[in-house]
Design a protein around this ligand. Structure first.
Ligand code: ZN
Length: 434
Protein backbone atom coordinates (compact mmCIF):
# COMPACT_ATOMS: atom_id res chain seq x y z
CA UNK A 1 0.00 0.00 0.00
CA UNK A 2 1.37 3.37 -0.92
CA UNK A 3 1.86 6.21 1.53
CA UNK A 4 -0.92 8.73 2.11
CA UNK A 5 -0.55 12.30 3.34
CA UNK A 6 -3.50 14.26 4.75
CA UNK A 7 -3.26 18.00 5.24
CA UNK A 8 -5.70 19.36 7.83
CA UNK A 9 -5.97 20.68 11.35
CA UNK A 10 -5.07 17.74 13.60
CA UNK A 11 -5.71 17.16 17.31
CA UNK A 12 -4.91 14.18 19.54
CA UNK A 13 -3.42 13.23 22.91
CA UNK A 14 0.18 12.09 23.23
CA UNK A 15 1.17 9.23 25.53
CA UNK A 16 3.27 9.63 28.63
CA UNK A 17 2.08 12.96 30.03
CA UNK A 18 1.07 13.55 33.63
CA UNK A 19 -2.22 15.24 32.77
CA UNK A 20 -4.75 15.00 29.97
CA UNK A 21 -4.40 18.73 29.25
CA UNK A 22 -0.62 18.43 28.87
CA UNK A 23 -1.01 15.43 26.60
CA UNK A 24 -3.15 17.43 24.17
CA UNK A 25 -1.50 18.35 20.88
CA UNK A 26 -3.11 20.57 18.25
CA UNK A 27 -1.49 21.58 14.98
CA UNK A 28 -3.54 24.05 12.96
CA UNK A 29 -1.85 23.17 9.65
CA UNK A 30 -0.52 19.63 9.82
CA UNK A 31 0.35 16.73 7.57
CA UNK A 32 -0.59 13.29 8.88
CA UNK A 33 1.35 10.68 6.91
CA UNK A 34 0.33 7.02 6.81
CA UNK A 35 1.99 3.93 5.45
CA UNK A 36 0.52 0.44 5.22
CA UNK A 37 -2.43 1.50 7.36
CA UNK A 38 -0.25 2.86 10.16
CA UNK A 39 0.77 6.30 11.27
CA UNK A 40 4.12 7.28 9.86
CA UNK A 41 4.37 10.81 11.21
CA UNK A 42 2.41 13.87 12.27
CA UNK A 43 4.19 17.18 11.68
CA UNK A 44 3.37 20.79 10.81
CA UNK A 45 2.80 21.12 7.06
CA UNK A 46 5.77 23.47 6.71
CA UNK A 47 8.04 20.76 8.14
CA UNK A 48 6.61 18.06 5.85
CA UNK A 49 7.31 20.21 2.80
CA UNK A 50 10.81 20.99 4.07
CA UNK A 51 11.41 17.22 4.24
CA UNK A 52 10.64 17.10 0.51
CA UNK A 53 6.97 16.04 0.49
CA UNK A 54 5.55 16.59 -3.00
CA UNK A 55 2.50 18.89 -2.58
CA UNK A 56 0.72 17.18 -5.47
CA UNK A 57 0.55 13.93 -3.45
CA UNK A 58 -1.21 15.58 -0.49
CA UNK A 59 -4.89 14.87 0.20
CA UNK A 60 -6.24 18.29 1.05
CA UNK A 61 -8.60 18.47 4.05
CA UNK A 62 -7.68 22.00 5.10
CA UNK A 63 -10.30 23.56 7.35
CA UNK A 64 -11.43 20.16 8.63
CA UNK A 65 -10.15 18.68 11.90
CA UNK A 66 -8.63 15.20 11.90
CA UNK A 67 -9.07 13.37 15.20
CA UNK A 68 -8.42 9.75 16.29
CA UNK A 69 -11.29 7.27 15.77
CA UNK A 70 -13.66 7.27 18.74
CA UNK A 71 -14.00 4.35 21.17
CA UNK A 72 -17.34 3.18 22.59
CA UNK A 73 -16.70 1.02 25.66
CA UNK A 74 -20.22 -0.40 25.99
CA UNK A 75 -22.90 -0.84 23.34
CA UNK A 76 -25.49 -3.45 22.33
CA UNK A 77 -25.54 -4.38 18.62
CA UNK A 78 -29.15 -5.68 18.55
CA UNK A 79 -30.75 -2.64 20.17
CA UNK A 80 -30.84 0.04 17.47
CA UNK A 81 -34.55 -0.66 16.99
CA UNK A 82 -35.49 0.12 20.58
CA UNK A 83 -33.65 3.41 21.19
CA UNK A 84 -36.01 5.85 22.86
CA UNK A 85 -38.58 3.31 24.07
CA UNK A 86 -40.78 4.93 26.68
CA UNK A 87 -41.27 4.73 30.35
CA UNK A 88 -39.45 1.84 32.04
CA UNK A 89 -36.55 1.28 34.41
CA UNK A 90 -33.95 -1.44 33.98
CA UNK A 91 -35.66 -4.75 34.79
CA UNK A 92 -38.97 -3.83 33.10
CA UNK A 93 -37.04 -2.32 30.18
CA UNK A 94 -35.30 -5.64 29.58
CA UNK A 95 -38.52 -7.66 29.61
CA UNK A 96 -40.62 -5.17 27.66
CA UNK A 97 -38.23 -4.04 24.95
CA UNK A 98 -34.82 -5.69 24.98
CA UNK A 99 -35.64 -9.38 25.09
CA UNK A 100 -38.19 -9.22 22.25
CA UNK A 101 -35.74 -7.17 20.10
CA UNK A 102 -32.94 -9.68 20.72
CA UNK A 103 -35.20 -12.69 20.14
CA UNK A 104 -35.72 -11.49 16.54
CA UNK A 105 -32.02 -12.22 15.93
CA UNK A 106 -32.84 -15.93 15.80
CA UNK A 107 -33.37 -15.30 12.08
CA UNK A 108 -29.98 -15.48 10.38
CA UNK A 109 -31.01 -13.11 7.56
CA UNK A 110 -32.51 -10.55 9.90
CA UNK A 111 -29.49 -10.67 12.21
CA UNK A 112 -27.13 -10.15 9.28
CA UNK A 113 -29.00 -7.09 8.06
CA UNK A 114 -29.13 -5.62 11.58
CA UNK A 115 -25.45 -6.33 12.31
CA UNK A 116 -24.47 -4.65 9.05
CA UNK A 117 -26.62 -1.64 9.89
CA UNK A 118 -25.10 -1.48 13.38
CA UNK A 119 -21.46 -1.40 12.24
CA UNK A 120 -22.26 1.10 9.51
CA UNK A 121 -23.97 3.29 12.11
CA UNK A 122 -20.90 3.15 14.37
CA UNK A 123 -18.71 4.31 11.47
CA UNK A 124 -21.19 7.05 10.59
CA UNK A 125 -20.81 8.37 14.13
CA UNK A 126 -17.00 8.20 13.98
CA UNK A 127 -16.63 5.14 16.20
CA UNK A 128 -13.90 2.78 15.00
CA UNK A 129 -13.48 0.66 18.15
CA UNK A 130 -16.30 -0.68 20.29
CA UNK A 131 -16.93 -3.19 23.06
CA UNK A 132 -20.13 -4.86 21.97
CA UNK A 133 -22.84 -7.10 23.36
CA UNK A 134 -24.27 -9.33 20.64
CA UNK A 135 -27.30 -11.52 21.38
CA UNK A 136 -27.20 -15.04 22.80
CA UNK A 137 -27.20 -16.49 19.25
CA UNK A 138 -23.82 -17.76 18.04
CA UNK A 139 -24.58 -16.88 14.41
CA UNK A 140 -25.32 -13.24 15.30
CA UNK A 141 -22.00 -12.83 17.09
CA UNK A 142 -20.11 -14.56 14.26
CA UNK A 143 -21.73 -12.22 11.72
CA UNK A 144 -20.69 -9.20 13.75
CA UNK A 145 -17.08 -10.38 13.76
CA UNK A 146 -17.08 -11.20 10.02
CA UNK A 147 -18.50 -7.79 9.12
CA UNK A 148 -16.01 -6.04 11.43
CA UNK A 149 -13.16 -7.89 9.68
CA UNK A 150 -14.39 -6.52 6.33
CA UNK A 151 -14.42 -2.97 7.68
CA UNK A 152 -11.11 -3.46 9.55
CA UNK A 153 -12.74 -2.23 12.76
CA UNK A 154 -11.40 -3.02 16.23
CA UNK A 155 -14.35 -4.82 17.73
CA UNK A 156 -14.33 -6.60 21.07
CA UNK A 157 -17.52 -8.59 21.31
CA UNK A 158 -19.13 -11.65 22.73
CA UNK A 159 -22.28 -13.66 22.53
CA UNK A 160 -24.51 -13.04 25.52
CA UNK A 161 -24.57 -15.81 28.11
CA UNK A 162 -27.96 -16.16 29.82
CA UNK A 163 -29.50 -19.37 31.04
CA UNK A 164 -32.05 -18.30 33.64
CA UNK A 165 -34.59 -15.52 34.10
CA UNK A 166 -34.55 -15.27 30.33
CA UNK A 167 -37.25 -15.94 27.73
CA UNK A 168 -36.97 -19.36 26.06
CA UNK A 169 -35.92 -17.75 22.77
CA UNK A 170 -32.75 -16.34 24.35
CA UNK A 171 -31.98 -19.04 26.92
CA UNK A 172 -28.69 -20.74 26.02
CA UNK A 173 -28.76 -23.36 28.74
CA UNK A 174 -27.70 -26.22 26.46
CA UNK A 175 -25.23 -24.41 24.20
CA UNK A 176 -23.95 -21.20 25.84
CA UNK A 177 -20.49 -22.32 26.91
CA UNK A 178 -19.78 -24.53 23.89
CA UNK A 179 -20.86 -21.74 21.51
CA UNK A 180 -18.65 -19.26 23.36
CA UNK A 181 -15.69 -21.61 23.08
CA UNK A 182 -16.22 -21.96 19.32
CA UNK A 183 -16.43 -18.21 18.84
CA UNK A 184 -13.27 -17.64 20.89
CA UNK A 185 -11.37 -20.18 18.80
CA UNK A 186 -12.64 -18.67 15.57
CA UNK A 187 -12.33 -14.95 16.25
CA UNK A 188 -10.28 -14.02 19.32
CA UNK A 189 -7.15 -12.16 18.19
CA UNK A 190 -8.04 -12.68 14.54
CA UNK A 191 -7.14 -9.48 12.68
CA UNK A 192 -8.20 -6.65 14.95
CA UNK A 193 -10.87 -8.63 16.80
CA UNK A 194 -11.01 -9.58 20.45
CA UNK A 195 -13.40 -11.81 22.35
CA UNK A 196 -15.15 -10.77 25.56
CA UNK A 197 -16.84 -13.42 27.69
CA UNK A 198 -20.24 -11.74 28.07
CA UNK A 199 -22.72 -12.81 30.75
CA UNK A 200 -25.62 -10.31 30.42
CA UNK A 201 -25.44 -9.79 34.16
CA UNK A 202 -25.19 -12.10 37.13
CA UNK A 203 -28.95 -12.47 37.51
CA UNK A 204 -29.48 -14.14 34.14
CA UNK A 205 -26.79 -16.81 34.56
CA UNK A 206 -26.76 -19.71 36.99
CA UNK A 207 -23.73 -20.01 39.26
CA UNK A 208 -22.73 -23.02 37.17
CA UNK A 209 -22.76 -21.01 33.92
CA UNK A 210 -20.71 -18.24 35.56
CA UNK A 211 -18.25 -20.80 36.88
CA UNK A 212 -17.83 -22.34 33.40
CA UNK A 213 -17.48 -18.84 31.90
CA UNK A 214 -14.68 -18.17 34.38
CA UNK A 215 -13.05 -21.43 33.29
CA UNK A 216 -12.99 -20.14 29.69
CA UNK A 217 -11.22 -16.99 30.88
CA UNK A 218 -8.58 -19.28 32.41
CA UNK A 219 -8.32 -21.45 29.33
CA UNK A 220 -7.69 -18.73 26.72
CA UNK A 221 -5.17 -15.96 27.39
CA UNK A 222 -6.07 -12.35 26.70
CA UNK A 223 -9.87 -12.58 26.82
CA UNK A 224 -11.93 -9.66 28.04
CA UNK A 225 -14.93 -10.05 30.35
CA UNK A 226 -17.83 -7.72 29.59
CA UNK A 227 -20.93 -7.45 31.73
CA UNK A 228 -23.15 -5.10 33.75
CA UNK A 229 -22.68 -4.22 37.43
CA UNK A 230 -24.65 -2.21 39.94
CA UNK A 231 -26.81 -0.20 37.56
CA UNK A 232 -30.13 0.01 39.39
CA UNK A 233 -31.13 -0.49 43.03
CA UNK A 234 -33.92 -2.98 42.29
CA UNK A 235 -31.45 -4.96 40.14
CA UNK A 236 -28.93 -5.07 42.99
CA UNK A 237 -31.52 -6.36 45.49
CA UNK A 238 -32.77 -8.95 43.01
CA UNK A 239 -29.23 -10.12 42.22
CA UNK A 240 -28.19 -10.47 45.86
CA UNK A 241 -31.33 -12.56 46.43
CA UNK A 242 -30.20 -14.92 43.66
CA UNK A 243 -26.67 -15.24 45.10
CA UNK A 244 -27.19 -15.48 48.88
CA UNK A 245 -23.61 -16.66 49.36
CA UNK A 246 -22.10 -13.56 47.70
CA UNK A 247 -20.85 -10.74 49.92
CA UNK A 248 -21.92 -8.08 47.37
CA UNK A 249 -22.75 -7.73 43.66
CA UNK A 250 -19.13 -7.68 42.47
CA UNK A 251 -18.50 -10.89 44.42
CA UNK A 252 -21.06 -12.63 42.16
CA UNK A 253 -18.44 -12.27 39.41
CA UNK A 254 -15.30 -12.52 41.53
CA UNK A 255 -16.11 -15.88 43.02
CA UNK A 256 -16.28 -17.39 39.52
CA UNK A 257 -13.04 -15.84 38.19
CA UNK A 258 -14.80 -13.15 36.16
CA UNK A 259 -13.09 -10.17 37.75
CA UNK A 260 -9.78 -9.67 35.93
CA UNK A 261 -7.71 -6.70 34.78
CA UNK A 262 -9.54 -7.01 31.45
CA UNK A 263 -13.06 -6.99 32.89
CA UNK A 264 -15.33 -4.19 31.71
CA UNK A 265 -18.26 -3.46 34.02
CA UNK A 266 -20.97 -1.24 32.60
CA UNK A 267 -22.53 1.36 34.94
CA UNK A 268 -21.17 0.75 38.50
CA UNK A 269 -23.33 3.57 39.82
CA UNK A 270 -24.21 2.18 43.24
CA UNK A 271 -20.99 0.41 44.24
CA UNK A 272 -20.03 -0.03 47.88
CA UNK A 273 -16.68 1.34 49.05
CA UNK A 274 -15.31 -2.17 49.13
CA UNK A 275 -16.42 -2.93 45.55
CA UNK A 276 -14.88 0.32 44.32
CA UNK A 277 -11.61 -0.45 46.06
CA UNK A 278 -11.45 -3.99 44.60
CA UNK A 279 -12.02 -2.58 41.09
CA UNK A 280 -9.22 -0.04 41.68
CA UNK A 281 -6.91 -2.78 42.97
CA UNK A 282 -7.65 -5.12 40.05
CA UNK A 283 -7.27 -2.43 37.38
CA UNK A 284 -10.53 -3.44 35.71
CA UNK A 285 -12.63 -0.90 33.82
CA UNK A 286 -15.89 0.88 34.51
CA UNK A 287 -17.90 1.74 31.39
CA UNK A 288 -19.50 5.14 32.13
CA UNK A 289 -22.84 5.30 30.29
CA UNK A 290 -24.41 8.66 31.18
CA UNK A 291 -27.06 8.74 28.46
CA UNK A 292 -28.42 5.36 29.50
CA UNK A 293 -28.18 6.14 33.22
CA UNK A 294 -30.26 9.28 32.77
CA UNK A 295 -32.72 7.68 30.36
CA UNK A 296 -33.49 4.66 32.57
CA UNK A 297 -33.36 6.78 35.72
CA UNK A 298 -30.61 4.54 37.10
CA UNK A 299 -28.60 7.25 38.84
CA UNK A 300 -25.57 9.53 38.51
CA UNK A 301 -22.11 7.97 38.41
CA UNK A 302 -19.67 9.78 40.69
CA UNK A 303 -16.91 10.24 38.12
CA UNK A 304 -14.80 12.43 40.36
CA UNK A 305 -14.58 9.65 42.92
CA UNK A 306 -13.48 7.12 40.29
CA UNK A 307 -10.85 9.55 39.02
CA UNK A 308 -9.58 10.23 42.55
CA UNK A 309 -9.17 6.50 43.15
CA UNK A 310 -7.34 6.00 39.84
CA UNK A 311 -10.03 3.60 38.59
CA UNK A 312 -9.90 2.84 34.87
CA UNK A 313 -13.01 4.01 33.09
CA UNK A 314 -14.20 4.67 29.55
CA UNK A 315 -17.42 6.22 28.22
CA UNK A 316 -20.01 3.97 26.60
CA UNK A 317 -23.14 4.84 24.62
CA UNK A 318 -25.07 1.82 25.95
CA UNK A 319 -27.46 1.98 23.00
CA UNK A 320 -30.37 1.07 23.14
CA UNK A 321 -30.88 2.37 26.71
CA UNK A 322 -28.52 5.17 25.71
CA UNK A 323 -30.24 7.37 23.17
CA UNK A 324 -27.47 7.91 20.60
CA UNK A 325 -24.50 6.06 19.13
CA UNK A 326 -22.67 9.39 19.01
CA UNK A 327 -19.82 9.58 21.50
CA UNK A 328 -20.21 13.38 21.32
CA UNK A 329 -23.81 13.04 22.54
CA UNK A 330 -22.60 10.60 25.20
CA UNK A 331 -19.99 13.12 26.40
CA UNK A 332 -22.62 15.88 26.46
CA UNK A 333 -24.64 13.76 28.88
CA UNK A 334 -21.47 12.96 30.85
CA UNK A 335 -20.87 16.69 31.25
CA UNK A 336 -24.40 17.18 32.57
CA UNK A 337 -24.06 14.25 34.99
CA UNK A 338 -20.90 15.77 36.44
CA UNK A 339 -22.45 19.26 36.57
CA UNK A 340 -25.29 17.90 38.69
CA UNK A 341 -22.59 16.83 41.15
CA UNK A 342 -20.77 20.21 41.20
CA UNK A 343 -17.92 18.93 39.04
CA UNK A 344 -17.06 19.98 35.47
CA UNK A 345 -15.85 17.45 32.92
CA UNK A 346 -13.59 19.43 30.58
CA UNK A 347 -13.51 18.99 26.81
CA UNK A 348 -9.91 17.80 26.91
CA UNK A 349 -10.63 15.25 29.64
CA UNK A 350 -13.71 14.01 27.81
CA UNK A 351 -12.04 13.66 24.41
CA UNK A 352 -9.00 12.02 25.98
CA UNK A 353 -11.37 9.55 27.62
CA UNK A 354 -12.94 8.45 24.29
CA UNK A 355 -9.56 8.06 22.53
CA UNK A 356 -6.28 7.40 24.32
CA UNK A 357 -7.93 7.05 27.72
CA UNK A 358 -10.36 4.38 26.58
CA UNK A 359 -7.58 2.63 24.64
CA UNK A 360 -5.51 2.52 27.84
CA UNK A 361 -8.39 1.27 30.00
CA UNK A 362 -9.21 -1.45 27.45
CA UNK A 363 -5.53 -2.45 27.17
CA UNK A 364 -5.43 -1.43 23.50
CA UNK A 365 -3.17 1.62 23.74
CA UNK A 366 -0.25 -0.10 22.03
CA UNK A 367 -2.44 -0.22 18.89
CA UNK A 368 -4.80 2.76 18.90
CA UNK A 369 -5.77 6.00 20.63
CA UNK A 370 -3.52 8.64 19.05
CA UNK A 371 -1.25 9.44 16.10
CA UNK A 372 2.06 8.14 17.39
CA UNK A 373 4.29 6.51 14.81
CA UNK A 374 3.36 2.89 14.19
CA UNK A 375 -0.18 3.07 15.61
CA UNK A 376 -3.08 1.81 13.52
CA UNK A 377 -4.42 4.69 11.44
CA UNK A 378 -8.02 4.97 12.65
CA UNK A 379 -9.19 8.55 12.29
CA UNK A 380 -12.16 10.78 11.58
CA UNK A 381 -12.46 13.96 9.55
CA UNK A 382 -14.66 16.47 11.37
CA UNK A 383 -16.28 19.46 9.71
CA UNK A 384 -19.25 21.33 11.13
CA UNK A 385 -20.59 22.61 7.81
CA UNK A 386 -23.46 20.05 7.71
CA UNK A 387 -24.71 21.13 11.14
CA UNK A 388 -25.85 24.75 10.95
CA UNK A 389 -26.21 25.53 14.65
CA UNK A 390 -22.84 23.96 15.44
CA UNK A 391 -21.17 25.71 12.56
CA UNK A 392 -22.52 29.08 13.77
CA UNK A 393 -21.27 28.35 17.27
CA UNK A 394 -17.84 27.24 16.03
CA UNK A 395 -17.41 30.42 14.01
CA UNK A 396 -17.52 32.28 17.33
CA UNK A 397 -14.99 30.06 19.15
CA UNK A 398 -11.69 31.71 20.00
CA UNK A 399 -9.67 28.63 20.94
CA UNK A 400 -9.51 24.98 19.94
CA UNK A 401 -10.68 24.05 23.46
CA UNK A 402 -13.83 26.13 22.96
CA UNK A 403 -14.42 24.53 19.58
CA UNK A 404 -14.02 21.03 21.00
CA UNK A 405 -16.41 21.83 23.84
CA UNK A 406 -18.98 23.01 21.28
CA UNK A 407 -18.53 19.66 19.50
CA UNK A 408 -19.19 17.83 22.74
CA UNK A 409 -22.29 19.80 23.62
CA UNK A 410 -23.86 20.05 20.17
CA UNK A 411 -22.41 17.56 17.68
CA UNK A 412 -23.77 14.29 16.34
CA UNK A 413 -23.11 12.27 13.18
CA UNK A 414 -23.48 15.40 11.04
CA UNK A 415 -20.06 16.53 12.27
CA UNK A 416 -18.36 13.38 10.92
CA UNK A 417 -17.44 13.86 7.25
CA UNK A 418 -15.29 10.73 6.90
CA UNK A 419 -14.24 7.71 8.94
CA UNK A 420 -11.04 5.76 8.22
CA UNK A 421 -9.91 2.41 9.65
CA UNK A 422 -6.33 1.18 9.14
CA UNK A 423 -5.81 4.10 6.76
CA UNK A 424 -8.75 3.25 4.51
CA UNK A 425 -11.85 5.36 4.12
CA UNK A 426 -14.84 3.24 5.16
CA UNK A 427 -17.45 6.00 5.41
CA UNK A 428 -18.04 9.38 3.83
CA UNK A 429 -21.02 11.54 4.68
CA UNK A 430 -21.29 12.68 1.09
CA UNK A 431 -21.27 9.22 -0.43
CA UNK A 432 -22.69 7.56 2.66
CA UNK A 433 -20.33 4.77 1.65
CA UNK A 434 -20.63 1.36 3.27
ZN1 ZN B 1 -25.74 -2.31 28.56
Amino acid sequence: MEAKHYRARVAHFRSGFASKAEAFEYIDDAVLSLENGRVQQLVPASEAFKQGLNPSTVIDKQGALIFPGLIDAHVHAPQLNIIGSYGEQLLEWLNTYTFPAESAFASVEYALEKNRQFLHSLLRHGTTTAVVFSTSHRHACAQLFELALEKKMRIIAGKVLMNRNAPAALNDHETGIADTRKLIEQYHQRGRLGYAVTPRFAGTSTPEQLQRAGQLVDDYPGLWVHTHLSENKAEIDWTLGLFPEASDYLDCYERYGLHTAKSIFAHCIHLTDSERQRIADMGSTVAFCPSSNLFLGSGLLNLKQLQAMGIHYAPGSDVGAGTSLSMFRTLADAYKVTQLQQHSYSSLEALYDVTLGAATSLRLDQYIGNFEKGKEADFIVLDARSHRCLSTRVSHCRTIQEELFAYITMADDRLVQETHTMGECVYTQQGNRH
